[in-house]
Design a protein. Structure first.
Length: 293
């Protein structure tokens, strides 16, 4: 009996050691450790994968700063800060999986493209807006007053230098009626989406992922257009008709390696019924958890 207990203990220790670490990044107006959002995700992952190390990213010295920075900190600075955090974390040196929620999904994609060490193995984007947004129909949580101000600011001058430098949402604002302004002046999204030229390092680093999973919320009332969550967007020059990823020049010209990744079976498109970031625990367990194990 004692020998059996030792064998089980050794097996459990091996399972714990084999668990790939997970890094998660919250969305707009959220924080790293909210017990109803990221804290909840961290807890259920730890409950289902014993021994896993889960890092919920915090940008700032406290939860208030973390929330405020999701609105007002330059996204490129946020990505640099995260790359520094990951590089210094000894738990991640062998590689990690990443899961981003809403804007955290596209921000983690920037991490994958810009910071290959430690290596990101799988990227799960839960409602991330990879072609940007052209509107904020609804706001999360208690942030409605901030979002009202953001809407006015974006309408007045999303592509001015001051707004680009100090408003995170402007940095992934994609105006299909002003494509040239977007390509020229977007300091974040136009860069990571290869709109001004091909950065071969970005392409190589993204293609190193084992899987790039994109979750779209089928009844989304927050992201405009929702197809951005699957890398689609409005057809250029208007804001009514949308096109899927495979019809975009980003895919047909394979500027980011997505076409090659698609052919290799590395792209996974998942749809879930519900509004933005609304999903059941059962769906998470059956659909998302397998990518983390």
């Amino acid at each position: 009996m004692a020998a059996l207990r030792v064998a089980v203990l050794v097996l459990c220790l091996r399972c714990a050691a084999a668990a790939v670490p997970l890094v998660i990044w919250h969305g707009m107006g959220d924080s790293c450790c909210n017990p109803q959002s990221m804290g909840y995700i961290k807890k259920i992952v730890e409950n289902k994968i014993p021994g896993i190390y889960v890092l919920s990213l915090k940008i700032g010295n406290n939860l208030i700063q973390d929330m405020e920075n999701s609105f007002f900190m330059n996204v490129n600075d946020q990505v640099r800060e995260v790359c520094s955090q990951l590089a210094k974390d000894p738990h991640l040196k062998g590689g990690y999986n990443a899961m981003g929620f809403s804007q955290g999904g596209q921000f983690l994609r920037a991490v994958a493209q810009r910071c290959p060490s430690p290596p990101m193995l799988n990227l799960i984007s839960v409602g991330g807006q990879h072609q940007g947004v052209y509107g904020f129909p609804r706001c999360p949580g208690e942030s409605s007053r901030i979002c009202d101000w953001i809407r006015k600011t974006l309408d007045l001058g999303a592509y001015t230098q001051a707004v680009q430098e100090h408003l995170a949402q402007a940095e992934y604002w994609h105006d299909p009626l002003k494509e040239e302004d977007y390509r020229k002046n977007s300091i974040f999204l136009a860069d990571i989406n290869q709109e001004r030229g091909i950065n071969e390092t970005y392409k190589k680093n993204l293609m190193a992922l084992k899987k790039f999973v994109m979750v779209k919320f089928l009844n989304d009332t927050m992201v405009d257009p929702p197809i951005s969550e699957w890398f689609g967007f409005y057809k250029s020059g208007q804001a009514k008709e949308t096109i899927p990823l495979k019809e975009t020049s980003l895919y047909t010209e394979d500027r980011l390696g997505l076409q090659e990744m698609d052919k290799a079976g590395k792209l996974v498109f998942l749809g879930v019924k519900g509004d933005h970031l609304h999903f059941s625990e059962e769906w998470f367990y059956t659909t998302i958890l397998p990518f983390l194990q």
